[in-house]
Design a protein around this ligand. Structure first.
Ligand code: NMX
Ligand code: MLT
Length: 455
């Protein structure tokens, strides 16, 4: 079986030629206007980034190398055990190479990552242990990742002048695979820092998949002595599959989202993958982006303690209006690009709906479902948000909470494990294609004003 790197090597020449030809033949083709509104409006709608792995349709949502979530669920390999979700390792292969892997290819990548990730650098362990236990887990995450730049193969070989531009991608791939592989231990370390004075909650194994290791290190398997969630064997299997589903579909959301764009921007200065993705994580830690995952859980719990019954739509509406009138956002709703319910939200919802007995008495999960009916009506009436529908963060955190992960600030770390795969894939491709440093032109008020007079 060819490795991921060998498979990539076979794809590269044709893709390099195609991009070179596109630029040579059509480099001057105009692809859209840039308006003053977009310049002072977060560049909304500007089609100005090159991004290969995923694309986002406002009405139909995310596609991974052209495949919908449903198609990925049908076609991407899992463990081979009936009922198991596809492995995020499969998604990584798809994003990197553009093709659906075979079971053997995924299994070899699973094994490769498990071997690469079997220990954290000692200096990273030391840095993490020295952090205040109440420091936000996303800050710990970004610091941990940035510290790993000390071992970057790309940065070391670049400093020594050992590699030429056409070969940059190889060390970038090496670092990216090492980074992704390190995430179970890094995540486990952060979780044990905030819950267990840094003492391990579970075991790492070279024989299992990336998500099983994440779950084990969070103490979320039945046989763990800590058994964080007091899970029985069915719940423990379900939790691992929830983790596979979640981390399989949060990998990327085309290039313009804050975490992906930041990783790409920082990487364009030839910062190594650790520094680039650490910056992406800092962007993911914003409440309008990934931190909404924690905000939604806080919001659902608070709302539940303020309403007398989930069945009383009137009370839910009043609660939502109170938030809107105080100029706050309803977390988990709205999107910069999507104009329909987020299919990632639907996939997470379906996970709960397929297990009615597990969730029938969980009033937070029930409220999450009810809110998906009520909040869009309120947001439509409010009339501001261009998209009144639930986004990806609406359902995810509360499902993890159900199984026993109760530290709200931690949810976005799980998002960050998944998001590594898309932006780091693009970083490898940025280097394969030799893309230049990103450096758009900015305009002052006077500069914009002058342009209005010119037209
Ligand atoms: N609740 C209240 N107001 C909203 C919401 C919401 N959920 N969504 C948008 N608006 C407001 C928005 O604040 C803006 O108000 P103003 O004109 O006063 O600045 C107005 O509606 C127009 O915004 P849009 O153009 O619809 O949205 P935009 O593209 O600027 O922002 C989000 C997109 C996702 C940042 C925005 O919808 C939001 O803040 N949602 C809540 C936070 C959230 O769930 N974020 C997670 C996104 C997914 N992720 O993981 O990254
Ligand atoms: C994401 O997954 O990155 C979010 O939905 C935000 C976005 O696409 O802008």
């Amino acid at each position: 079986v060819l490795t991921l790197k060998e498979t990539l090597e076979n794809v590269i020449p044709q893709r390099r030629d195609a991009v070179k030809e596109l630029k040579a033949l059509y480099g001057n083709t105009v692809i859209g206007p840039i308006t003053i509104s977009s310049v002072i409006g977060g560049m909304r709608g500007n089609q100005s980034m090159f991004w290969q792995g995923t694309s986002l349709d406002p009405d139909h949502g995310i596609r991974f190398q052209g495949l919908t979530i449903e198609q990925c669920q049908k076609r991407l390999p899992g463990t081979g055990i009936n009922g198991d979700n596809f492995l995020p390792e499969s998604m990584l292969w798809l994003l990197m190479t553009g093709s659906v892997p075979s079971f053997q290819q995924v299994d070899s990548l699973r094994r490769e990552l498990a071997l690469r990730g079997k220990e954290l650098p000692h200096y990273t362990e030391k840095v993490l242990l020295s952090l205040p236990k109440d420091m936000h887990p996303m800050t710990q995450f970004a610091i941990g990742l940035a510290s790993m730049n000390k071992g970057s193969v790309f940065a070391t070989n670049y400093q020594k002048g050992l590699i030429g531009k056409t070969e940059f991608w190889k060390d970038t791939l090496e670092d990216s695979l090492n980074l992704i592989a390190s995430l179970p231990l890094l995540t486990g370390k952060i979780y044990s820092n905030i819950t267990n004075e840094g003492r391990p909650l579970g075991q790492y194994s070279e024989d299992v998949d990336w998500c099983t290791n994440i779950c084990s290190l969070l103490g979320m398997t039945e046989k763990n002595s800590s058994n964080t969630g007091n899970l029985n064997s069915q719940q423990s299997l379900d939790f691992i599959n929830l983790m596979r589903l979640y981390t399989g579909i949060h990998v990327d959301h085309e290039g313009g989202n804050v975490s992906a764009h930041t990783t790409h921007l920082v990487g364009s200065a030839l910062s190594d993958p650790y520094l680039s993705y650490s910056s992406g994580i800092m962007g993911l830690a914003g409440p309008l982006h990934g931190l909404a995952a924690q905000e939604v859980v806080r919001f659902l719990i608070e709302m539940n303690s303020n309403i007398s019954s989930i069945a009383l739509e009137k009370e839910i509406k009043e609660y939502l209006w109170k938030i809107l009138k105080s100029n706050r956002v309803i977390p988990g709703y709205g999107h910069a690009v999507l104009r329909k319910p987020d299919p990632r939200f639907t996939a997470m919802l379906e996970f709960a709906q397929m297990r009615p007995n597990e969730f029938k008495n969980d009033k937070n999960v029930l409220l999450m479902q009810k809110l998906a009916e009520v909040a869009p009506k309120v947001l439509l009436e409010h009339g501001k948000s261009k998209n009144p529908f639930p986004n990806v963060d609406s359902a995810s955190g509360i499902l993890f909470y159900h199984y026993g992960i109760r530290e709200l600030l931690f949810f976005t770390v799980i998002f960050g494990c998944s998001r590594s795969m898309g932006p780091l894939t693009q970083l490898v491709w940025d280097r394969i294609l030799g893309l230049p440093i990103e450096r758009p032109k900015s305009l002052s008020f006077e500069g914009l004003e002058a342009l209005t007079k010119a037209t």
